[in-house]
Design a protein around this ligand. Structure first.
Ligand SMILES: Nc1ncnc2c1ncn2[C@@H]1O[C@H](COP(=O)(O)OP(=O)(O)OP(=O)(O)O)[C@@H](O)[C@H]1O
Ligand SMILES: [Mg+2]
Length: 302
């Protein structure tokens, strides 16, 4: 057991009948970092999280969370982590305060501790004035912050958040990531899944899942530096013209896609473009890294 790890898995596997949702996943998440789990829909992120939280038994392999084997000691794991599911498990017909009180009771906080901690959490989540409001009457961003508040009531060492920002606006996303950063600065370790690549940039380390397998792993900077590809943008009046020019040039490329108003082309590093295209070199983003890996078939172990 690695004492500095908050999560350790070895060949963690989950099968549903003959379908393998998570396939021999081996990862280590060191204490004190924000670990981002990324991968396309159905790549196995939520299934992995359900195994890490002790909600689903692995078919094969094991996971240790805060030192506890998730299959052998699921209740210890559930009591010690904070978990926010993809659907925010809130009771819409209860007020903010009542939702917090419900979770405080689940986590075994004494009545006296509940009062102080709930006031602290409401303040931290900027929800003090929403205390008597039904959760069902909150905006998406407020509901998301209430769900985070419920998950941190018991000062968990590890927070596991499954797509916490999928249903909120950019301002709420930014506010939410500021909250996550302050929790991380206070010593909380975080594992978070996201489809937003700007959020992936905020993570200390990324695990990239594809078809249930870990296919890339490292810091955002390392993932970009290690990509065996370079990026160019094509300088044409429209993406359609750019695409046509690329086809006409006959230049071999790994991938080409419209990126906002630009046309991005990923090339093998040694590709000679010459003067066959109007192009500019560009910096790789995490979105390019995502698209590159999503088109590749390989596996790594961390
Ligand atoms: N209980 C289940 N029974 C059968 N198949 C399941 C079950 N739960 C998940 N799956 C399948 O396992 C695969 C992985 O699903 P999972 O929800 O882990 O993906 P995900 O990476 O979280 O996707 P998303 O980004 O859409 O949330 C999917 O093909 C899904 O249909
Ligand atoms: Mg999911």
């Amino acid at each position: 057991m690695n004492e500095r790890a908050v999560i350790e898995t070895n060949d963690l596997t989950c099968r549903f009948g003959s379908f393998t949702a998570v396939d021999h996943l081996t990862i280590t998440v060191p204490r004190g970092i924000i670990y981002g789990f990324i991968g396309s829909n159905g790549s196995g992120k939520s299934t992995t999280i359900r195994m890490l939280c002790g909600l689903l038994r692995p078919t094969e392999g094991w996971a240790r969370v805060l030192g506890y084997d998730t299959a052998q000691a699921p209740d210890q794991v559930k009591q010690r982590i904070g978990y926010m599911s993809q659907k925010f498990s809130l009771y819409h017909d209860l007020t903010c305060e009542e939702n917090l009180a419900f979770y405080a009771g689940l986590y075994g906080l004494t009545v006296a501790a509940q009062k102080t901690r709930m006031a602290e959490v409401l303040n931290l989540m900027l929800l003090t004035d929403k205390r008597p409001v039904l959760a069902g009457g909150l905006s998406g961003g407020q509901r998301q912050r209430l769900a985070l508040g419920c998950a941190i009531l018991h000062h968990p060492d590890l927070l596991i958040l499954d797509e916490p920002t999928s249903a909120v606006d950019p301002t709420s996303r930014r506010m939410f990531w500021n909250l996550l950063a302050s929790l991380a600065a206070g010593g909380t370790s975080l594992l978070v899944t996201t489809h937003f690549m700007d959020e992936a940039e905020h993570c200390d380390r990324i695990g990239f899942l594809k078809d249930g397998r870990l296919i890339a792993n490292g810091s955002p900077a390392a993932l970009k530096a290690d990509l065996p590809a370079r990026l160019i943008t094509l300088d044409y009046a429209s993406p359609t013209e750019a695409g046509q020019a690329l086809q006409d040039s006959g230049i071999p490329y790994l991938d080409a896609y419209v990126f906002g108003r630009q046309y991005h082309v990923l090339l093998a590093p040694e590709t000679d473009i010459g003067s066959r295209l109007c192009w500019n070199p560009a910096e790789l983003t995490m979105e390019d890294v995502f698209i590159y890996h999503d088109c590749q078939q390989k596996e790594v172990r961390s």
